[in-house]
Design a protein around this ligand. Sequence first.
Ligand code: CP
Ligand code: NVA
Length: 328
Amino acid sequence: MRHFLRDDDITPAEQTAILDLADAFRNDRFHRRPLDGPRSVAVLFDKPSTRTRVSFAVGIAELGGNAVVLDAGATQRGRGEPVADTARVLDRMTDAIVWRTFAQSDLDDMAAVASVPVVNALSDDFHPCQLLADLQVVRQHKGRLAGLTLAYVGDGANNMAHSHLLAGATAGLNVRIGCPESLSPRADVVAAAERIADATDGSVLVTDDIAKAVSGADVVATDTWVSMGQEVERRGESEGRAGRRARQDSDEQSERIQTLRPYAITKETMRLAASDAIVLHDLPAYRGYEIDADVLDGTQSVIWDEAENRLHAQKALLTWLLAEGERG
Ligand code: CP
Ligand code: NVA
């Protein structure tokens, strides 16, 4: 029985197998129904989500199963029930547990107790499901992965930067992270990515020079500068667009935003990349901050294919994890 808590929980060959299966699901959404029965999957959210929530709910239904989607506030865990107790109950009723939360250690605790696969649907440290979709979209538009150069610029210390390092190295990419020194990736994650890259003929570079990161890159990626849980000003967060604006305005003043300004993806940044480079963003995007609207909405952007691939990649992942469990 296998879990998927971070991108390096799977080998290069396993990553390729999952991506191949994801392509098969993209070509024929209903070609396999491993959750027929229906078997159930618990999908838990301690943070907001649009893409992850919908893609898991729809994907589990398309696999023939039943998604039990729960927000933390609606469960006893939200009132302090221990993770391990929750895991012991969920694993008697479901065939997999998908969880978006804060601390990676909570996912580890869940996995230590659960007898069904646990999937990280985003933590503070990693977003491995997103990276499966990202690698799938790169293959879709570039026809291959190994040997390509991917530049991720912006917040180098967040979940997306860490997942780009591990998943990209696993795929044999040359991964370059362009970020301010104060927002560099964790040293242990860089070291893990370097070890993987040694075996896959990929490479890893972390630099505070955005030009060095993006120069000649085949893929240019970024992510929000303010991740969930990092908001300086939470006022109005539940008030939709106006609330988001208020948050952005207050963030605007923050040192963090000022530090990150030089790492925005603009038309000028894109001139440094390969002329046929593609642009990725996991979304939600903040136009005018980490990426300019004319790039995000421009011809090099593949963000809607990337978002769609969440569905295909996660169906492939669940199918693969369930099959591994049966082999097991
Ligand atoms: N990219 C991503 O995980 O989006 P959501 O936060 O909307 O799920
Ligand atoms: N780094 C972002 C990713 C959102 C999908 C966050 O954690 O909020």
